[in-house]
Design a protein around this ligand. Sequence first.
Ligand code: 4NP
Length: 163
Amino acid sequence: MIKILFVCLGNICRSPSAEGVFRYQTNKLQNKNAGSQNLYIDSAGTAGFHVSSPPDKRAQITALKYGVNISNLRARKLSSIDFENFDYLLAMDNSNLEVMKNNCPLNNQNKLHLFMSFSENNFGVTDVPDPYYGDIEDFEKSYKIITSASYGFLKFLINKYNL
Ligand code: 4NP
């Protein structure tokens, strides 16, 4: 089992979208490829402002437009046990990566990655832009970037583990 955790600030916009998109992309692959390695997929926020909340309505609407239903996800805060339990902890931006680095034991630092480092198209950014204070267009932009990074990460896993 490969365990993957997507991490942003509030766990209501970017990381639940990434969780939903990545699950959708891997389900498609697994339907074609029976017996492929199991993946455990989750998301969390470095801040606890929105714990137990569903994803932001704008994130839900944007994902659903592309066939991805994230309405059943609930926000949770990143916990120190996550550094132990997960194999890949993917930060949506550099500021969250910094928080993760500061909280992660040395022996698990190699599990921390910037999500965009897996994207084939970098869109001129290293961070998935935070759409929270923006409008639905900003959610759309972030969603496109997330889709690309998610696909790049999936390709990375396929190569590395022969999924
Ligand atoms: P996220 O977006 O980190 O992509 O979930 C945010 C959600 C909430 C807040 C900031 C960013 N907030 O300040 O409440």
